[in-house]
Design a protein around this ligand. Structure first.
Ligand SMILES: Nc1nc2c(c(=O)[nH]1)N[C@H]1C(S)=C(S)[C@@H](COP(=O)(O)O)O[C@H]1N2
Ligand SMILES: [Mo]
Length: 252
């Protein structure tokens, strides 16, 4: 090694050690040393900036649609792991606006919203993906028709959302054992659907009947099955897999 090479390496080594010591002595915020925390915040704002309503997940030819594997039965199955169906007639979607409950909606009401079909990829973070034909209502239309997406609580035109929209939406199963948090741009994205049909048939209990979320710009973990409640809020909602170490945004 030349003298010069050693010098540079030594400086880098010292800088590395010094830098690590410096990081270690910084205050922690939410369990992360603050420069790292700031870095992950920067990533979040980049993720938000990229997530524009005109960014669409690809739509595939319907002929390529297949049934996805049943993956994850948290809040669907009893102790034996067997999925226990819910009764679609008595099922209600409970809708909240920052604490205040708006009247619950039945399946007929959700089916009464404009119907959309899309053939998109369901991508699991485990590494598999399946193209699926989905049918359902846009969450954006539900938020607009009921006014639940806005702080005023007044219904609005989904194409011209008001300035007082909430920042987040949180969805949970009826028993609240599985739950996801979404930034509002993702929740109100035109491909974010409350689905009641999969590949031309009514949704099965294993895939989330009566209604599951399909959000193709996010990984499978955000595609909550058996939705029981939706809350529009300004506080970032809890998220089942974010609590277990995955990225809260989980976009791809
Ligand atoms: N209620 C509930 N929804 C859930 C899960 C779960 O365990 N419980 N798993 C998620 C994961 S990790 C994936 S990949 C998809 C899989 O959907 P599928 O079973 O319809 O293929 O559901 C998501 N929604
Ligand atoms: Mo998944």
């Amino acid at each position: 090694m030349t003298r010069r090479g050693f010098g540079a390496g030594g400086v880098a080594l010292l800088a590395g050690y010094g830098g690590w010591r410096w990081l270690e002595t910084r205050s922690t915020e939410g369990g992360l040393t603050w420069p790292l925390r700031r870095f992950s915040r920067a990533n979040e704002s980049v993720a938000r900036a990229l997530f524009r309503a005109d960014r669409l997940a690809p739509d595939f030819p319907t002929s390529g649609a297949r049934d996805p594997r049943v993956n994850g039965v948290v809040a669907l199955a009893g102790v034996e792991g067997v999925v226990v169906p819910v009764d679609a007639d008595s099922w209600r979607l409970r809708v909240f606006r920052e604490g205040a409950e708006v009247r619950p909606m039945g399946l007929a009401e959700i089916r009464g919203l404009p119907r959309f079909e899309q053939t998109t990829e369901l991508k699991c973070i485990e590494g598999w993906s399946t193209v699926v034909r989905w049918a359902g209502a846009r969450l954006a239309d539900l938020a607009a028709a009921t006014g639940v997406g806005a702080r005023s609580g007044r219904p609005y035109d989904a194409a011209r959302p008001p300035a007082d929209l909430y920042e987040y939406a949180g969805l949970a199963t009826p028993d609240e054992r599985y739950f996801v948090g979404l930034d509002l741009a993702s929740a109100l994205h035109p491909q974010t659907l409350l689905c009641y049909e999969m590949n031309g048939l009514p949704l099965s209990p294993e895939h989330g009947a009566p209604v599951r979320l399909v959000i193709p710009l996010k990984y499978g973990i955000k595609n909550i099955k058996r939705v029981g409640s939706i809350r529009f809020t300004d506080r970032r909602p809890a998220d089942y897999w974010a609590e277990r170490g995955y990225d809260w945004y989980a976009g791809h």
